[in-house]
Design a protein around this ligand. Structure first.
Ligand SMILES: [Zn+2]
Ligand SMILES: [Zn+2]
Length: 373
C-alpha cells in the first residue's frame, strides 16, 4: 500500500553506500531526512555533511532552497536515491510553482518560512505536530512544515508548533548529535512528542487546504476569475498586506471596509516585532490567514461594494503597491483619487500616530541597531 502524501511519495527500500540505508518517507523534508540519515549511522549531521561535501558548511544555510547539481549528484550516489527524487523533497518545486525564480538570492522567499540562520543557530522556520511525530514509526519532519501558509496539522486537526514544547526555543534538527533521535529538542534534549497540542483554527485550516489545492491543481479562483498559482498567491499576499496595514491603523476607512467583509479582522493586531510574514510565529500567521481566507472567498464584487460604501480612495486600496493583482487593479481604478496638495502636506503638522505604530517603529529600529552592532 502506498502511504498518503501531498508533495512527494518518498522512496521505497533503497540500496545505498551507507551502512544503514535510509529510505525517504512520504513528504519528508530533504534537510531533515539527511539529519535522520546521520543519526541512523550513529554519527553527527556535521560529520556526515563534511564527508559528503568537504569545505561546504551546509548546516549554516537553508539548503532546502536548492543545492547545485554537482552536490545533489554526490548525495544521490551515496544515498541510492535518484537526484530527481531528492530534489522533490526540497522546497524548490513548490517555490517555483508559486512564482519564485529558481536560484533567487533574496534572504526571504515569499511563503517559505525563514530560518534566520546565524552559523548553525536558527531563529525559527520549522514547525511540527507532536502527534504526527508520536505516530510515526520513525519520527520525521514534513516538507509542509516549512510553508508559511501551513499553521495546522490536517491529519490531527491541531495547530502546529514552531518552538520546543519544553524550552520554547526554535526547532533545529541540524544541531542534533549522534545519540539523539529526530524527536529530540537539540537544545533541552527533551522529547517533542510530549507537547500538548491545541485545536486547529478551522478558518486557518480551510485556507491552508485551499492553498495546497491551488499548488497541486495549478489554479485557483477569486469570484469569477480563474487564476494561475502564481496569481492566486500574489492576490493572497495583497490581502495579507492590506490586513496588516489596517491592523496598524485601527481607526481607518480601510479598517472599517475590511471589518465589514471579515468581522474578525478588527481584532487583528500588528506583530509587535514588525517582522515579515515568513518570520512570524505560527499563531500570528494563523490569525492573519483566517482573514485572508475570508477575503479570498468573498470575491471582487463584495470588495468593490465595501470599498464604495466606506468611501475608500484609490490609495487606501493600493497602499503603495506598484504591481497590483489585475482583478484588484480594476477595482482600484474605479475608486476616487486622493487629491493632495504638496504645500498642504509640507505645512501641516505630522498626524498623531497610534501607540501600536510607535511600538512597531521602535521594534524595527532596535532590530536595525542589533544588526549594526
Ligand atoms: Zn499531526
Ligand atoms: Zn527544548
Amino acid at each position: 500500500m502506498v502511504a498518503a502524501y501531498t508533495w512527494h511519495p518518498g522512496t521505497g527500500r533503497v540500496v545505498s553506500r551507507w551502512p544503514v540505508p535510509v529510505a525517504m518517507a512520504p513528504d519528508e523534508l530533504l534537510s531533515t531526512w539527511l539529519v535522520r540519515v546521520a543519526l541512523s549511522q550513529g554519527t553527527d549531521p556535521l560529520v556526515l555533511a563534511s564527508h559528503l561535501w568537504p569545505r561546504w558548511r551546509v548546516w549554516t544555510i537553508d539548503f532546502d532552497r536548492g543545492i547545485s547539481d554537482e552536490r545533489i549528484s554526490r548525495l544521490a550516489r551515496d544515498s541510492g536515491i535518484e537526484a530527481g527524487k531528492l530534489s522533490m523533497a526540497s522546497l524548490l518545486p513548490i517555490a517555483s510553482a508559486i512564482g519564485l525564480e529558481s536560484g533567487a538570492a533574496s534572504a526571504i522567499w515569499h511563503w517559505i518560512l525563514a530560518l534566520g540562520s546565524r552559523n548553525r543557530k536558527r531563529h525559527g522556520g520549522l514547525q511540527y505536530c507532536s502527534l504526527c511525530l508520536a505516530t510515526d514509526a520513525q519520527p520525521y519532519f514534513r516538507l509542509q512544515w516549512r510553508l508559511a501558509w501551513h499553521t495546522c496539522c490536517a491529519v490531527h486537526h491541531v495547530g502546529l508548533r514552531d518552538r520546543c514544547c519544553h524550552c520554547q526555543l526554535p526547532i533545529e534538527p541540524n544541531r542534533l548529535c549522534a545519540f539523539d533521535t529526530m524527536s529530540t529538542c537539540s537544545t533541552c534534549k527533551r522529547d517533542l512528542r510530549q507537547g500538548v497540542m491545541l485545536p486547529a483554527s478551522k478558518a486557518a485550516l480551510a485556507f491552508q487546504e485551499r492553498a495546497d489545492r491551488v499548488v497541486i491543481t495549478g489554479s485557483g479562483s477569486y469570484g469569477v476569475h480563474q487564476l494561475q498559482v502564481k496569481e492566486w498567491f500574489h492576490l493572497a499576499r495583497y490581502f495579507l498586506m492590506l490586513l496588516r496595514c489596517a491592523a496598524r491603523r485601527q481607526i481607518s476607512c480601510l479598517g472599517k471596509c475590511l471589518a465589514g467583509l471579515v468581522p474578525g479582522s478588527c481584532y487583528l493586531r500588528p506583530p509587535i516585532t514588525g517582522l515579515g510574514f515568513e518570520m512570524l510565529p505560527t499563531s500570528e500567521r494563523s490569525s492573519f490567514l483566517e482573514s485572508v481566507g475570508v477575503l479570498m472567498q468573498a470575491g471582487p464584487e463584495q470588495l468593490r461594494s465595501a470599498a464604495v460604501a466606506n468611501s475608500l480612495k484609490d490609495t487606501s486600496l493600493r497602499q503603495g503597491w506598484r504591481s497590483l493583482p489585475p482583478c484588484i487593479d480594476d477595482i482600484v481604478r474605479e475608486m476616487p483619487q486622493l487629491m493632495r496638495s504638496r504645500n498642504a502636506r509640507k505645512n501641516s503638522d505630522p498626524a498623531p500616530v497610534s501607540r501600536q505604530t510607535v511600538l512597531y517603529k521602535w521594534a524595527r529600529l532596535q532590530r536595525k541597531m542589533r544588526r549594526i552592532s
